[in-house]
Design a protein around this ligand. Structure first.
Ligand code: SF4
Length: 271
């Protein structure tokens, strides 16, 4: 297998991400997943919204769309609908997907359209200097929550399951092999897939919450992520400062574009 340089727009380097940012880890696992599944570079489209993570497609040598804030899934839905032969991946952040784009997310889940969405969950709005997002843990500090965030936190993966996504999994930038495995499974699912990648933003979330640099934040992920099976044996108190990783849902259901094609076939000649 090649080292993947042909999948990058090297003329767009250097990238804008801070030293130690987790975005590169997730992006590299997306590229390795594409390589391992041998997806056609010319038939793969990568779509993003706005935010640090949404800058990723600009560095990737595919057909790419860098769209407006929260609207990546709306653009991706149109693309897939117009040309179901395309493979469509959405790269989005926690603010982009769970706040301004939250409605698009739940309806994409509900439709079960064949798109793989990878949410870079760094718990903060990094690009705009550290405001709290719907995924900032309750009690954490942010520029807009200098005494601690009092909002309750969304569990984005559970939201996606409840809204109808047919493949949903969560892991971290520490668990890179598992991350690639989940991304591949999401890409292979003929339906809407959500992979929540808990990542580290040393510049805004880490610094403000005194978590140290990238290495300390990766170690924090290792110490606080609990696999589903292990979590079943722990009490609520033991899980209080932890989060659960693993596959939450993997159940194929009829895919939206196929259902639409079937509808057209069924109604032909009836007008
Ligand atoms: Fe990464 Fe945070 Fe820097 Fe954005 S602000 S590039 S998320 S470290």
């Amino acid at each position: 297998m090649s080292n993947g340089r042909e999948l990058l727009r090297l003329n767009k380097m250097p990238h804008i991400w801070c030293p130690g940012c987790g975005n590169g880890i997730i992006t590299s696992q997306v590229l390795r997943a594409i390589q391992e599944l041998e997806w056609d570079q010319d038939k793969t489209v990568i779509v993003s919204g706005i935010g640090c993570s949404s800058r990723a497609p600009g560095y990737l040598d595919f057909s790419t769309l860098h769209t407006t804030h929260g609207r990546a899934l709306a653009f991706a839905t149109g693309l897939k609908y117009a040309n179901p032969e395309l493979k469509v991946i959405v790269l989005t952040g926690d603010g982009d997907s769970a706040a301004i784009g939250g409605n698009h997310l739940i309806h994409a889940c509900r439709r079960n359209i064949d798109i793989t969405t990878i949410v870079f969950n760094n718990s903060i709005y990094g690009m705009t200097s550290g405001q709290y997002s719907p995924l900032t843990p309750t009690g954490s500090l942010a520029t807009t929550a200098p005494y601690g965030n009092i909002d309750r936190t969304f569990d984005l993966s559970q939201l996606a399951v409840a809204a109808g996504a047919t493949y949903v999994a969560r892991t971290t930038t520490y668990h890179t092999n598992q991350l690639r495995d989940f991304i591949k499974k999401g890409m292979q699912n003929k339906g809407f897939s959500v992979i929540e990648a808990v990542t580290h933003c040393p510049t805004y979330f880490g610094r403000r919450n005194r978590m140290g640099g990238a290495v300390e934040m990766l170690n924090w992920q290792k110490d606080h992520a609990v696999p589903i099976r292990a979590a079943e044996r722990l009490s609520e108190e033991e899980l209080a400062d932890k989060f659960i990783i693993g596959e939450f849902h993997n159940k194929p259901e009829p895919e939206y574009c196929e259902r639409y094609a079937q509808l057209i076939a069924n109604t032909k000649g009836q007008e």
